[in-house]
Design a protein around this ligand. Structure first.
Ligand code: GDP
Ligand code: MN
Length: 416
C-alpha cells in the first residue's frame, strides 16, 4: 500500500524528522484559508498522486496544461491559485499511465533554502532478506538515470537484522555520511546519523517495505530536511497497523481492486478476454496456462481462496463481470475444504442479480461436486458444464470467440 507524500511527511515528523510546514487541500474553496497558515512569501505547491516524477510531469488539461506537478510560487495568492488549478486536473508523469492521474489533493508547503539535494531510501531487499539503505550524493530528480549512468555513485548498505536497533549503528551512519560528502565531525554528519536512526526505526516499527526521501535536502544552514517522501507499507502486515491501513486512498485504486481487497480476494487484472474464478493460487496459474494453450488469453488472475463463502463467490463474479474486456468466464473449482455446492449457489445468485452477459463455463470437481452441478443445471441459466480441465479451457476459448464474432457483426450492423 502506498501513502501520499503528505501522509508520509506526517509519519516522518512524528519521528522527529525535519519536514517543511505545510497544509493539504482537497477542496478548491478551502485553498485560500489553508494557505494563510503558512509563512511566505515562497511556497511550494505539490500535486498528490501515487506516482513519482511529478516535477518533470505534465498536466494534460486545465489551466496548468503542459506544466508540472510541483510548482515553486511567490506569495499566498499565487499558491492558492495554483492549488485550485491542480485540483481535478490530470497529471501525467513517467510513472503514471499514458492517460495520467486525476489530482484530488494538493500539498502546499513552505519553501526551503536548498544547498544540496541527496537521495536516501530504505527498502526491503527480498533476495537478501535484509533492509538495505540506498544513498546518493546526487539526489533530486532523475535517480534512475544516475543508477544507469554512474552506478558507483550509489551507496548501498545492508542492515544486519539481529543487531539491536535493527542494524543501525554509528559505523553504518558514518560510512554513509562520508560517502555523501559530510565531513566526519560536522554537525550535518551528526544530524544525518540521528536521522538515519529514526528512519530505520520507523521502517521497522511500521513494517514499511519502502521509505524514500528524494530529495533529502541539505539546507543552507547545514541542517537536513525531507522535501519529498515516498512510503510503501507492507500489505501483509497492515493488520498490525490499523492506523496506516486507514490512510489508503481508495481513489488511487481501480474499482475492481478495491472490491477484491474488501472481500479478501487475490485479484490481478490482465489483458485477455477470459475471466477466471479459481480456488487456490496454483490451480489459478494452471488454469491460465490451459487457457493460453487452448489459444485464449486470461482476463485476470482470481483466487477465491480455500474456504470461500457464497458472498465471496458473488463478489468475485461481480469483479469479473465488471471488466468489459471479458467475453467468457471460466470457473474452475476443486472442492476440498471448499464445497462445490456453496460455489454453485454463489454463482447462481450473482448471475441472477447481475444478469449473465457472457457465456459461462463451469468445471466443478471434489467435495459436493454432484450437488453443485445439480444446482447449476436446475438454475435455468445458460451455463456450460465441463468435465476435465482441458475441456473447460477449450470450451471457454470457443465461447469467447463466438461471442466476439457476434459482437463484431452486431456493431458492424449498427454503423450503417
Ligand atoms: P517528484 O518530482 O514527484 O519526485 O517531486 P519532488 O517533491 O521530489 O519535487 C521535485 C523537485 O522540486 C525537487 O527535486 C526539488 O528540486 C524541488 N522542490 C521540492 N520541494 C521544494 C522546496 O521546498 N523548495 C524548493 N526550492 N524546491 C523544492
Ligand atoms: Mn522526488
Amino acid at each position: 500500500m502506498k501513502l501520499h507524500e503528505y501522509q508520509a511527511k506526517k509519519l516522518l515528523r512524528a519521528e522527529g524528522v525535519r519536514v517543511p510546514d505545510g497544509v493539504v487541500v482537497s477542496r478548491p474553496e478551502r485553498a485560500e484559508a489553508a494557505v494563510a497558515k503558512l509563512k511566505g512569501p515562497t511556497l511550494v505547491v505539490k500535486a498528490q498522486i501515487h506516482a513519482g516524477g511529478r516535477g518533470k510531469g505534465k498536466f494534460l488539461d486545465g489551466a496548468r496544461r503542459g506544466k508540472g506537478g510541483v510548482a515553486v510560487v511567490k506569495g499566498h495568492a499565487e499558491a492558492a491559485d495554483t492549488a485550485r488549478q491542480m485540483l481535478g486536473a490530470t497529471l501525467r508523469t513517467l510513472q503514471t499511465s499514458e492517460n495520467g492521474q486525476t489530482v484530488r489533493k494538493v500539498w502546499i508547503e513552505e519553501a526551503s533554502r536548498i544547498a544540496r539535494e541527496l537521495y536516501l531510501s530504505i527498502l526491503l531487499d527480498r533476495a537478501r532478506s535484509r533492509l538495505v539503505i540506498v544513498a546518493a550524493a546526487e539526489g533530486g530528480m532523475g535517480i534512475e538515470e544516475l543508477a544507469a549512468e554512474k552506478p558507483d555513485a550509489i551507496l548501498r548498505v545492508a542492515l544486519e537484522p539481529a543487531l539491536p536497533g535493527g542494524g543501525w549503528s554509528l559505523y553504518v551512519a558514518r560510512r554513509l555520511a562520508l560517502g555523501l560528502g559530510f565531513p566526519i565531525r560536522s554537525a550535518t554528519a551528526a544530524d544525518f546519523a540521528a536521522l538515519l536512526r529514526a528512519l530505520v526505526a520507523l521502517v521497522q516499527k511500521r513494517d514499511l517495505s519502502l521509505l524514500e526521501l528524494n530529495p533529502l535536502a541539505v539546507l543552507e544552514d547545514g541542517t537536513l530536511a525531507a522535501l519529498d517522501a515516498k512510503v510503501q507499507a507492507d500489505d501483509s502486515a497492515l493488520f498490525r497497523h490499523p492506523d496506516l491501513a486507514r490512510l489508503e486512498d481508495p481513489h488511487e485504486m481501480a474499482a475492481a481492486e478495491r472490491e477484491a481487497r474488501i472481500h479478501d480476494l487475490s485479484y490481478v487484472k490482465l489483458d485477455g478476454e477470459i475471466g477466471c474464478m479459481v480456488n487456490g493460487a496454483g490451480l489459478a496459474m494452471a488454469t491460465m496456462d490451459l487457457i493460453s494453450l487452448a489459444g485464449g488469453e486470461p482476463a485476470n488472475f482470481l483466487d477465491v481462496g480455500g474456504g470461500a463463502s457464497q458472498e465471496k463467490v458473488e463478489a468475485a463474479f461481480r469483479i469479473i463481470l465488471r471488466d468489459r474486456a471479458v467475453k467468457a468466464i471460466l470457473i474452475n473449482i476443486f472442492g476440498g475444504i471448499m464445497r462445490c455446492d456453496v460455489i454453485a449457489e454463489g454463482v447462481v445468485a450473482a448471475a441472477r442479480a447481475r444478469g449473465l452477459r457472457v457465456p459461462l463455463v463451469v468445471r466443478l470437481e471434489g467435495t459436493k461436486a454432484e450437488e453443485g452441478r445439480r444446482i447449476l443445471a436446475s438454475s435455468g441459466l445458460a451455463i456450460t458444464p465441463a468435465e476435465g480441465l482441458h475441456e473447460a479451457a477449450v470450451l471457454a476459448v470457443e465461447a469467447s470467440r463466438s461471442a466476439k464474432a457476434r459482437a463484431g457483426r452486431g456493431s458492424a450492423g449498427r454503423t450503417r
